[in-house]
Each structure stands twice: as C-alpha cells, then as structure tokens.
Design a protein around this ligand. Sequence first.
Ligand SMILES: Nc1nc2c(ncn2[C@@H]2O[C@H](COP(=O)(O)OP(=O)(O)OP(=O)(O)O)[C@@H](O)[C@H]2O)c(=O)[nH]1
Ligand SMILES: [Mg+2]
Length: 489
Amino acid sequence: MRKGWSNAAGNRRHETGSPSAGRVAASGTPERMNIVITGHVDHGKSTLVGRLLTDTRSLPEGKLEAVRNACEKNGRVFEYSMLLDALEDEQKQGITIDSARVFFKSARREYIMIDAPGHVEFLRNMLSGASRAVAAVLVIDAVEGVAENSRRHGLLLSLLGISQVVVVINKLDLYRYDETVFHAIRQEYERYLESLDVKPVAFIPVSAREGKNIVTPAPETPWYRGKTVLEILDGFNNPVPEEDAFFAMPLQDVYRFSNDNDERRIYAGTVVSGRVAVGDRVRFLPSGREARIASIEAWSAPVKTVAKMHESTGFTLVEDIYAKSGEVLVKVDENAPVQTASRLQANMIWLSGNPLTFGKSYLLKLGAAKVEARLEKIERVLGDARDDMADSSPCALNRNACGSVILRLARPIALTSFHENASLGRFVLVDDHDAAGGGIVLAPLPEEAARPALPEGFEDTLFLLLRKYFPHRFPDTGKRPDPESSSSI
Ligand SMILES: Nc1nc2c(ncn2[C@@H]2O[C@H](COP(=O)(O)OP(=O)(O)OP(=O)(O)O)[C@@H](O)[C@H]2O)c(=O)[nH]1
Ligand SMILES: [Mg+2]
C-alpha cells in the first residue's frame, strides 16, 4: 500500500465513497449506475430515495431504528427523507465529499442516486455526480400534478441527452390508488415529453411513503401490470465500455506525495473512457506535452497497474512535466476523438434571471476545465418550457429558455461532442458565481476563418458616425474610441 497523498496545500483528500453503503470497493468494482432523481419541490424525491435505501436494505445497520427512535423522542413524525439527512450528517463527519449522492444496491448492481432538490441544484450537481447520470427518475406528485419543474426537468433531460427515463406518479395513497388520477397525469406529461422527444421507459403509480410499487408490487394497484421502480432501474443499461474504447481522463489536480522526501507528483482525475496502464505514453491536451506513466496510485488500496473507466485515480509520470488541471490525458498511440477547440456548438438551457446574452463573459466548466466563454451566436431558441415557440431572431436566452448556440472560449480546451463522450461533451456556464445554464456539445468547431480586410478608411468613418449618434458614449477626446466599448452602447 502506498503512502497517502496530499494536494499542494497539504490538505489530505479522501477517496469519494459512501460510508453508508461502503460497498464501493477500490478494486474488483461491481457494476455501478448513476441516476439523477428530479421533480418539483415536495413531490417526494427524497422520500422515494429513502424508501429505496430502506427497502433494498442498503442502510447501515441500525440507522432506520436510530432515526425512528430520535423522532419518537422529539415528538416528530418519521419521514423517509430524514434518512438522507442522517446519512449526510454522517458523511460530513469525515468520509464522503459529495453529500448529494446516496448509494443503494439491488441484486443486479449498485446505484448512486443523485437527489436534486431543485433545478439550480440540479445544474450544480451536473458539475459532479449528475453530469455522469445515465438515467433519470422524474417524480410527479399526484395531488399537484405536472408542475413547472416537472416540465423544466423533462426539458433538461432532453437537452442533456439522458434518454433512459422513468416517471413515477407519487402520493397515490392520497387518492386510494385511483387509476383515473394516474392516467390523467400520465397522459398530460407523456404528451409534453413527446414534444421533447423524451420517451420514458415507464410511468409507475407509486406511494413512496407507503412503499408501494417501489421495490415490491402493490396489491393496491391491481390495474397496473408494469414493473416496480427498482425493476425498471435494474432494466436500464450502462453504456457498454467497449474493450478498446479510447482512453481519456480530465486532469483534476496535481498533488505531491505527503512524504517530505518524495518529490514526485501525482496527476489525478477520473478516467472517463477506456483504460490506461503503467508504461503507456500519454499526451496532455491542449498543451500536447507527452510523458510515460510510471505508476498508478490509489488511496488505501493495493498498487495497481491499470486504471479503467469511472475510476478516480492518480498517476506518476516517468518524466515530470508541467500540466494544468483541466487538460485531458489521452494515449499517444490511440486515435481518441478528443479535440482541441475554442469554439463549440451546443444545446443549452438557461436558468438564471439574467439572460444569457452577447458581449458578456461567463465561466464555462467542462470536465475539469474552467474557461471564460462568450456567446457568439444563437442559432435557435425554444421558449419557456411551457411553450415551444420558435424565435426567429433571438438576441438572448431568457430564464428557462433552451436553444442551440455557438460559444467562443478565451482559450482552447480539450473536449469531445456529447455523442462521443458524455463527460467531455457536457458543460455548465457560470454567471456571477452561480451555475446559470448548462448544455451538451453538439460539435467542437474550428476557429472562424479570418475576417476579410475592411476597406481603407472604414474604421475612421464608423467611429465618426458612432461619435455623432452616441456622443455620451464616445466623447470627443481627440483619440479614437476604444472599439471594445462599442459593444456596450
Ligand atoms: N401521502 C404521501 N406523502 C408523501 C409521499 N411521498 C412523499 N410524501 C410527503 O411529501 C412531502 C415532501 O416529500 P420529500 O420527499 O421531502 O419531497 P422532495 O421532492 O424531496 O422535496 P424537496 O427536496 O424539498 O424538493 C413530505 O412531507 C413527505 O412525507 C407519498 O407517497 N404519500
Ligand atoms: Mg428532497
């Protein structure tokens, strides 16, 4: 076993893992699936997850009883969602970094459930767990019916290309499992999702609180012959990591061994495609620097010689090179479709009250890369989630609007289309420290062809006109106005 490693500031990092399930072995990893759970506020997302944890017996020994007893002592009504809070408290005490994730296990595989309380959180989670979600559960409260976030999240899933979707219509106990309530909501939501090209695998009538049709079929819904939530989840497929899929790993950080005399660096990240082995020659993109893998490091785990897709890992290199977090490692002898580009065509959703607009600078986060981005073009806009109206001359993406856009980055980054690799083809745009929008890369684009030269004297004439019509913006100082400021007339 290797010595622990630390980041440059000397803070020890822990491996991500769940103390509750504790089943994520460092080696011989069983199949694992990331699922995002979405839906409007209070529709029962946390209750559903709490139920799944309980009914699959994934909770730590005694946890359920402890929470029930605590409720009784304090005169509170027990809620399944409290189990998540209890786990979160436990996680805060030490082991897991990402508290939005909950683990449970079926006979088929392990699940990482990402509980997204709201759309902004949903987007934030895209930065970590949810961005790797391969399937989604959409929860709808039977009493409230299809709500704003039910639509918004459907739209978001469509834009993110998450095609394995199950809709659960919850709280049917409040209607004594009335079939007509279920069908009415199903019909309305199905029609909406159809317009987005989202085809759920199933609509399931459930009561999360009572545990009906979650893990075991409910006798209260004899009219429903479909599968339970867990059966549907078990039927979802992880993308098959092809044996010869290209290797790619966004570089998250560079650490030094905590051992004082050890000068080596560890290049750390999560493998998002393929595999890499000691001895392989890797290239960092966009810098193009190359080096050979000397060792593969793991925290509290036996020494390994291979790192595979989904594994968080760290390498040392034979030739220590300067590399920045955000670069992407590929293998020199593979033809990985990872491209270096400073423009990209994307499908986006915008969630902030301040519209996505031209002339403004945003922070784009893709993989481990963070780069300044500007809107270059809006090719098409879909309106609010409620009305898919097309706008022919869009000048901004307003709150909750979706669109196809072209973004220009301040410097090139390494990426793929979403189709090639989900992790390297998905991004979030940050506006003023808030995750304000997100999307998927349809295509990395080449640099624009150089602009044709302007006719002689054109700029001077233009500036004279600007000064004439916008004297407040371009006072006559005897100098030419700064062309940069012309965008903010
Ligand atoms: N009657 C009934 N109530 C339920 C059911 N599922 C959830 N609830 C109740 O609905 C309320 C909200 O449930 P949560 O699970 O916290 O909802 P949520 O979607 O996680 O809410 P946010 O995280 O705030 O968005 C709680 O009081 C639950 O007890 C159900 O199947 N039947
Ligand atoms: Mg919740």
